[in-house]
Design a protein around this ligand. Structure first.
Ligand code: IPT
Length: 985
């Protein structure tokens, strides 16, 4: 006999969103639940209607079977569907996981209502108990509950079977830019309540201290017996019940169940309001009592008192126009795919706090419930997004009546689940799904059900940012150029807040112009921030020997952003799939192991809570850039860096400064007369333990230049400079002579933005050098050379002059107009091996580029060469340091090579030639060279974000024409340390 659930073919029926599923709610009673996680019997069928076999293996719940060696592997696509069928169609090959286990139902659950909760299943869930059909659910990122009271017997065991169909009509609206998996990815549990139970709890708590709790009770057995009541307390203080239960459904004999509501309320005097800076939470308990006063059901909440409103074009939290420093976050883990643990999620949020983020968009589905508890506790403004993305077939689906129910179902269930979280300040209807009646229907539901929060949907607002009648209360574009946002805010047409739902695409070496975005946001009324795309690089840990994902066994096989030898971070195509979107899955601000990328330091500085506004005669002017907090939780230290002298440090006393205010403070030391260029940095740390940072955690490094560099003169010297007939400098510490370089290993932005293709067309990756002349004139040798590309020739001159202790190199390159936008103009040379430590005066210690240089303060920095390189998943230009004035590469035996630059320049020192990086597809393919590859750039192109969004701004481009730069090379063996730079001034 065919199973009725299978006979329905619900995987190709978008109208069917569920059957037998209980309504979503926000009652929280986790302590009582029995957890059914662990190993379940498992079979992977080739299709949902294929017969069950006799052979069972096992599979871990929660978990993706695609990461558990079942023969079905992860696949990554961005926009396009992984199969050809149009919605609601599915492919014939449709992996279907059957999970089974015995469940013992406790004997004392007799007379109770017994509920099975499946945390998340991807993408259709069919539930059977003892072979009887129980229910169906879709929506891969929300829990489904089923009433098992009539199908299980307390005191005996039952077989629970969960059948999960991978491809369905629902896949077409879960077409997010992420890996496709299959499985039960969140916990499964069983719990019992009294038949008359708390069916839902709705908390409304405003910043004035007013608290209102609506309790919904339900009893499937009929009318409410007399004497039942609810009670509640907030931190032990009893709440008041407004009245008896109001019956919500009709008192009609034909209505079999009872649905009633009661309201509790109180007003908290001197309430400590919740906001992302001071996330004050209160414990709330809500109880349902039997007539004798005993507790039949209880629900516990941590609530926050706060207001969200839109006033004109400002989004206000507790009346304040806050900046939204957001990031898009997926539930991701490199071993488990979609199943981060509670500790993992806490680690994500702790890291985000430490790097200055205050907001999260749960791209592109409701995240694990624990995430919202953490956001409440640690302090984040959350845009909670429904699981709707129909990217590939957006236009067909948005108005398709067959999907209407699914849109409303997904949005409403998210709201019902998450409505009590103070962190959730905005609802989002989903992502990249065009705009249609399905959205308006869902918006209508939200606006009626929860008028306390604004609603956003990029697809609605993008048609006209200034519209006032669509399904979005916020203009929330993605990847809009800065100029467009500013122009809109200045146009006089703006009607609603402008907060980008995605911006600054973090793929590879990226996030160029982030500081320019924020300079515009902070100076333009009407602009309020945005959400960086995205938090994670979604690399999956993969064994190279057999190409399989390592799964949970991979714990400890990575660190510092890099997979252990014999492993790599897999991206699209690495599991042998032919339909995929390559490395576009690796576009986060952290590596797959959560190691921060350098761009995070940029963000941290841009978001600094306290900043140096300038230097005035009365002192250093500090500003408090928070919205709600003073500076009392921060400690500071002044650090003075001198180009040519020892630095100074002193504790900084931070002023008592309300948000938005400035004050001048005196430096506890005088600027020394000597020492050349001088920079003052305020190292800001936490003065006391925070829930997300122990005392002493560094938060930002605002800085200011106190004195410019003085001009230097090298004294001519009388030693020979060795230049061969090819015009190449010979030097004992150089393995390859300095030549001209216009190429960088294309970044993802260079490649996907089409910029690198131009460079290749012009032949910049393989310029042919011809020496034109080598002229020797006493201590000076002039080399003229030509570097020919396919469409133009660069003329290059190097003048080598012997100076005291070394060689001065004056260079000039003239780029033809054809080469109107190149990666770099500069020198490249390679050193002998053994010079493994870099000390430099310039920006650091983090990697920085011309359009991403706000994060790294100017000072003296020192790192082993290996640590200068950033292991972007797909190798590319990496390891640059901006604003370098001079550097020394040294060996343990005190051999050293020192370079003094004529001006702050972009420098990189790595083990890789640009061509090595260009040729590799994964980090593990790189073979480090023994010496160093050194680039000194007269000009280096900004990074921009052209892999998805705007390229860098014109001011960061490298133009054609004449470029000039000079540097002095000194090298040799110095007793007791590196070769000293000449004294300045
Ligand atoms: C946008 C998507 O919303 C997001 O999921 C991700 O794909 C991002 O881009 C790029 O990584 S959609 C894009 C086509 C603008």
């Amino acid at each position: 006999m065919t199973d009725p659930l299978v006979a329905l073919r619900p995987w190709e029926a978008p109208e069917v969103t569920s059957w037998g599923r209980l309504p979503m709610n926000a009652a929280v009673r986790r302590p009582e639940a029995r957890c059914l996680d662990g190993d379940w019997r498992f079979q992977l069928l080739p299709a949902p209607d294929a017969p069950l076999g006799d052979v069972w293996s096992s599979s871990q719940v929660p978990g993706a079977w695609t990461l558990q060696d079942t023969g079905d592997l992860p696949q990554y696509t961005n926009v396009r569907m992984p199969f050809a069928q149009f919605p609601p169609g599915t492919p014939a090959a449709n992996p279907t996981g059957v999970y089974e286990r015995e469940v013992e139902v406790p004997g004392d659950w007799v007379g109770r209502r017994i509920v099975l909760q499946v945390g998340a299943a991807e993408s259709v869930l069919l539930v059977h108990v003892d072979e009887q059909p129980v229910g169906i659910s879709k929506d891969s990122h929300l829990a489904a509950e089923f009433d098992l009271t009539d199908v299980v017997r307390p005191g005996s065991g039952s077989v629970v079977r969960l059948t999960v169909v991978k491809w369905s009509d629902a896949s077409h609206i879960e077409d997010q830019d992420q890996w496709w998996h299959g499985g039960i990815t969140r916990s499964v549990m069983l719990y019992a309540t009294d038949p008359l139970h708390l069916a839902d709890v709705t908390v409304r708590a405003g910043r004035s201290g007013e608290l209102r709790i609506d309790c919904t009770v339900r009893d499937a057995r009929g009318a409410l017996p007399g004497g039942w009541h609810v009670s509640g307390d907030l931190e032990g203080l009893p709440l008041t019940q407004d009245a008896e239960f109001d019956r919500v459904n009709a008192e009609d004999e034909r209505v079999s169940d009872f649905l009633g509501e009661a309201r509790l309320h109180t007003t908290v005097a001197d309430v400590r309001a919740w906001n992302a800076e001071t996330p004050e939470l209160y414990d709330l308990a809500v109880r349902l009592h039997r007539p004798d006063g005993t507790v039949a059901d209880a629900s516990h909440h941590r609530i926050g008192f706060r207001d969200v409103e839109i006033a004109g074009r400002d989004l206000l939290i507790n009346g304040e126009r806050v900046f939204i420093r957001g990031v898009n976050r997926h539930d991701f883990h490199p071993l488990t795919g979609r199943t981060p643990s509670g500790d993992d999620m806490r680690a994500d949020l702790v890291l985000l706090k430490r790097f200055g983020f205050n907001a999260i968009r749960t791209s592109h589905y409701p995240n694990d419930p624990a995430l919202y508890d953490l956001a409440d506790e640690l302090g984040f403004y959350v845009v909670d997004e429904a699981d709707i993305e129909s990217h590939d077939h957006a236009h067909e689906i948005a108005d398709d009546p067959r999907y209407l129910n699914a849109f409303v179902d997904r949005v409403s269930r998210m709201v019902l689940r998450d409505k009590n979280h103070p962190s959730v300040v905005i609802w989002s209807l989903g992502n990249e799904s065009d705009y249609g009646a399905g959205h308006d229907a869902a918006a209508g539901w939200v606006r009626r059900h929860d008028p306390t929060r604004p609603l956003q949907y990029e697809g609605a607002a993008k048609l006209d940012w200034a519209a006032t009648d669509d399904a979005s209360d916020i203009a929330c574009p993605m990847y809009a150029p800065i100029e467009d946002c500013v122009a809109h805010a200045l146009s006089g047409r703006q009607t609603r807040p402008l907060i980008q739902c995605e911006y600054s695409h973090a793929m590879g070496n990226s996030n160029g112009t982030l500081a320019d975005h924020w300079a515009a946001i902070e100076s333009t009324p009407g602009l309020q921030g945005g959400f960086i795309w995205e938090f994670w690089d979604h690399g999956i840990l993969q064994r190279l020997s057999d190409g399989k994902p390592v799964g949970r066994a991979g714990t400890g096989l990575y660190g510092g952003g890099v997979a252990a030898p014999g492993h790599r971070w897999a991206y699209g195509g690495d599991f042998g799939e032919t339909i995929h979107d390559g490395a576009f899955i690796a576009d986060g601000v952290v590596f797959p192991d959560r190691t921060p990328k350098p761009a995070l330091y940029e963000h941290r500085e841009i978001a600094a809570p306290v900043r140096i506004e300038g230097v005035r005669h009365e002192g250093i002017v500090l500003g408090n850039h928070q919205h709600f907090r003073g500076l009392d939780w921060l400690a500071g230290q002044w650090e003075l860096s001198l180009a040519d002298g020892p630095g100074l440090t002193a504790p900084a006393r931070l002023p008592d400064l309300p948000p938005g205010e400035t004050a001048a403070v005196r430096l506890p030391f005088e600027l020394p007369r000597d020492g050349g260029e001088a920079w003052l940095t305020l190292r800001v740390t936490t003065a006391e333990d925070q829930p997300w940072a122990p005392r002493g955690t560094e938060l930002c490094l605002p800085r200011v230049r106190l004195r410019e560099a003085a001009a230097r003169e090298d004294s001519p010297a009388d030693q020979p400079v060795e230049v061969d007939d090819e015009g190449l400098l010979r030097h004992p510490l150089l393995a390859a002579a300095p030549t001209l370089c216009l190429w960088r290993a294309p970044t993802d932005n260079d490649e996907l933005g089409g910029i690198a293709a131009r460079w290749r067309d012009w032949g910049l990756d393989a310029l042919a050098r011809t020496v034109v002349s080598v002229r020797r004139d006493g201590g000076r040798t002039t080399v003229d050379a030509e570097y020919a590309g396919t469409t133009g020739v660069v003329r290059h001159r190097q003048v080598f002059t012997a100076v005291e202790g070394g060689i001065r190199v004056d260079e000039e390159a003239e780029l033809p107009d054809e080469f109107h936008d190149v990666a770099r103009v500069g020198t490249v040379f390679e050193t002998a091996s053994g010079l493994d430590l870099l000390e430099w005066f310039g920006q650091g210690p983090w990697e920085s580029y011309p359009d991403r240089s706000a994060g790294a303060p100017v000072g003296h920095h020192c790192l082993p060469v290996e640590e200068l390189f950033t292991p972007y998943l797909r190798p590319q230009e990496s390891g640059g340091r901006h604003g370098v004035r001079r550097f020394t590469l040294s060996a343990p035996d005190a051999t050293a090579l020192a370079v003094e630059l004529d001006a702050p320049r972009q420098v990189s020192v790595t083990r890789f030639r640009a061509e090595d990086l260009t040729a590799a597809a994964h980090h593990d393919e790189l073979v480090p060279r023994s010496g160093c590859v050194v680039h000194l750039d007269a000009a280096h192109r900004g990074l921009g974000t052209a892999s998805c969004g705007p390229d860098t701004s014109a001011s960061y481009l490298v133009p054609p024409g004449v470029h000039r730069w000079s540097w002095t090379l000194r090298g040799g063996r110095a007793a007791g340390g590196v070769t000293p730079a000449p004294a300045g001034d």
